[in-house]
Design a binder for this molecule. Sequence first.
Ligand SMILES: *Cc1c(COP(=O)(O)O)cnc(C)c1O
Length: 377
Amino acid sequence: MKFSTRSIHAGRKPDPITGAISPTICQTSTFTFDEFNKPGDYDYSRTGNPTRSALEEAIANLEGGNAGFCFSSGMAAVTTAIHLLKSGDHAVVGEDIYGGTHRLFSEIMTKYGIDFTFIRMDSEEKLEAAIKPNTKMIWIETPSNPLLNITDLSMVSKIAKEKQILTVADNTFPSPYFLRPIEYGIDLVLHSTTKYINGHSDVIGGAIVTTTEELAKDVHFLLNGMGTNAAPFDSWLILRGLKTLPLRMEKHASNAIAVAEYLLDHPKVSEVFYPGLESHPGHSIAKNQMDGYGGVVSFKLKTDVPKFIESLEIFHLAESLGGADSLVEHAATMSHASMSPDARKQAGISDDIIRLSIGLEDNDDLIEDLSKGLDGS
Ligand SMILES: *Cc1c(COP(=O)(O)O)cnc(C)c1O
């Protein structure tokens, strides 16, 4: 079945007792055993829950993996995935990844003897040079945040496979509708389902999709052992959001390219970052590996950042992305404030960078709002 059909039906079937089309929210902590020493399919909701299972199956299906796991947040998924490593291991990580992931790795996981090298993953030479004898993981975000840099997934997975290094792609930005990293040989796919997969700015959640039985077993062991699981009601909301993922992604992307092209010509804007623009350095790789370019547009403003933001009406000043409502944020003081000033500098996240999460409003209204903001800055 095609993607749009699977985003509605995968993991779900009408309730066998009532026929309800909408899955039942299985709001329970525990489940009765069939008999002594014989649990049923479920025994305790941290370990597994039917509402969460439906979402896990749906996301695994859309990503093309063998199993899925859902978490209480994107960071809970990241925390779980990084615990596949142990003290003494090393990971190579994209330098301009999500600020919270950067903080977890560089300030928390290093305390437990795991080392990280942060690089721009734009060439084989740079990646090969960063790999050490104890490198066990390569962590990628493409397009990256907030600069929308593109990483060639086939290039990374080829090198990783030769050296038996596990590859992880945080696929939050494109969503599986525009990119399925497993098709390019990536081992583990991760999501902040808070963003496009849920899509309505009303839930915090995360997911991991695996590609082998062994990885699935390890990830489930960590989820259950660390208690990073998603709640049933949150899983239900995300399942509801998932049904419209294809429609939403198409609209996010068509609005985003219109906004990017508008900003490109504006005299108060010095640089626009959107992989759908031909001028973007990663455009040709993005064109090959993605089915669309997503809904995030970043740019460098030549004039006053606070004045610009305060002059906007439709774009609300808020962290996060991927919802129906358009949002604006200042990377250095908001999404990437958890990175040190040096790490931001290395990654090219300067103080004039503004990130827009393009929502589902009419694109004429969005452009008019940006025009007001730029006039006011
Ligand atoms: C938001 C985000 C995260 C963290 O997810 P939460 O749901 O906020 O915990 C991780 N990676 C990326 C790319 C994100 O955008």
